[in-house]
Design a protein around this ligand. Structure first.
Ligand code: ZN
Length: 350
């Protein structure tokens, strides 16, 4: 048996948060709902939803919270139970949507993903990143029943978040190479349709890299669809395989070291340059596209040292032993890591 779960509605548009009541009515939501949001995202987005829904007779509990930690998930579940919550609107950047997915999974109630930024491709997926002491852990959670991406709201988020989301999707190019590699060498199960969706979303960003610019709402329009489709490719595959390979392991290795000030997608983008070099593929195009978008392409851009890059490259294979990639079972030696990072220009710059 294979099971695939997808969002029922995906709506992208300018000012569409104003249509929240008709969306909730269409989805046959019961009266009691909960908005999960944060201090910064409630005012520009959550409040709009709350006002419309309360006016329409919905009973809305608003739960403002922080990162997706076990403690915060428990608190949100408690709040939902107290209010007899039947649906969740998760409003914010990655962590609020992750919290929404986790609470919805636990309580078996529907949730709507309402991103206020586009920093990564988890907006429409069933994967949640739970913050733990050892760094973030990717776990299976609920698929959103709907995704509402209001470009007017998302384009007001710092441009860096959009560039990071685009870099996360570009990094699919090495994730799918790793997947093919594991399929050929280890007979790992493979889905051509998930592969194609992942490739398509990455190429859409690559081809439009020139058009993704700060302070232009059009950029959000161009980026949102591939970011969402990238998430859908995970639902088709039934795992994060099509969007997460060695470049994500490199990013998680940096997270584990606890030294990187960079965003998830930024780290994955840089990782993808090096991993594409290891695959013998066209790493130069990845680098060019990232540079055009304004995402980092080297250690300096990530705000870390050359030695940190080497450390992450040589330890990345330890992150997920079950995920076979170009890094193999034993990872890179320091010499080969240094060589790959130097040739691709990720290290060695002033
Ligand atoms: Zn990612």
């Amino acid at each position: 048996m294979r099971e695939m779960e997808f969002p029922r509605k995906i709506i992208i548009g300018h000012g569409i948060l104003d249509d929240i009541v008709s969306l909730c009515d269409d989805l046959n939501f019961l009266t009691n709902g909960m908005i999960i949001s944060g201090d910064h995202t409630f005012k520009p987005a959550g409040k709009i939803l709350e006002d419309h829904l309360v006016d329409a007779g919905y009973h809305i509990a608003t739960h403002l919270t922080g990162n997706a930690t076990v403690a915060n998930v428990d608190k949100a579940i408690e709040c939902a139970k107290e209010n007899n919550t039947k649906f969740i609107l998760a409003v914010g950047g990655g962590s609020k949507i992750d919290l929404g997915k986790l609470v919805a999974k636990e309580l078996r109630i529907p949730f709507v993903s309402i991103p206020t930024s586009a920093a990564h491709d988890g907006i429409a997926s069933d994967r949640a990143s739970l913050k733990a002491d050892m760094g973030p852990k990717s776990i299976n959670a609920a698929t959103p029943i709907a995704v509402i991406a209001d470009t007017a709201i998302i384009s007001k988020a710092p441009f860096r978040t959009l560039a990071s989301g685009c870099a996360d999707v570009i990094s699919n190019l090495t994730a799918i190479k790793d997947w093919e590699y594991a399929h050929k060498l280890r007979n790992e199960s493979f889905s051509s349709s998930a592969y194609s969706l992942s490739l398509h979303s990455a190429m859409t960003i690559m081809d439009n890299a020139n058009l993704i610019k700060p302070d232009v709402e059009e950029s959000t329009w161009i980026a949102m669809r591939p970011i969402i489709i990238s998430g859908i490719s995970m639902s088709v595959a039934g795992s994060s395989r099509p969007t997460s390979g060695s470049e994500h392991m490199f990013s998680h290795a940096l997270d584990r070291m606890g030294i990187s000030p960079a965003m998830h997608g930024e780290q994955c983008g840089v990782g993808s340059i090096i991993m594409m070099y290891l695959h013998g593929g066209d790493w130069q195009s990845i680098k060019t596209a990232l540079r055009r978008i304004g995402a980092p392409t080297d250690a300096k851009g990530l705000g870390i040292s050359d030695e940190d890059i080497i450390e992450a490259l040589t330890t990345a294979h330890e992150i997920r032993k079950d995920r076979f990639t170009i890094l193999g079972d034993n990872g890179l030696t320091r010499e080969s890591a240094r060589k790959a990072a130097t040739i691709t220009g990720v290290i060695g710059k002033e």
